[in-house]
Design a protein around this ligand. Structure first.
Ligand SMILES: [Zn+2]
Length: 53
């Protein structure tokens, strides 16, 4: 699941932001529990912003 996303992105403008988001979801207990996480929402927003800019 994760490898598919990584392969689809490769090196792009949002790569760093994407790595931060994925790294967070792997280490954050809230995200791992599938609960709403403010930090994850913020990282996801930054990723979208980085992709569009
Ligand atoms: Zn989280």
């Amino acid at each position: 699941m994760t490898s598919v996303l990584v392969n689809g992105l490769r090196r792009g403008p949002g790569e760093e932001a994407y790595r931060a988001l994925v790294g967070h979801t792997f280490t954050c207990p809230t995200c791992r529990a599938g609960a709403p996480c403010i930090a994850e929402v913020r990282l996801g927003r930054e990723w979208k912003k980085a992709r569009c800019s």
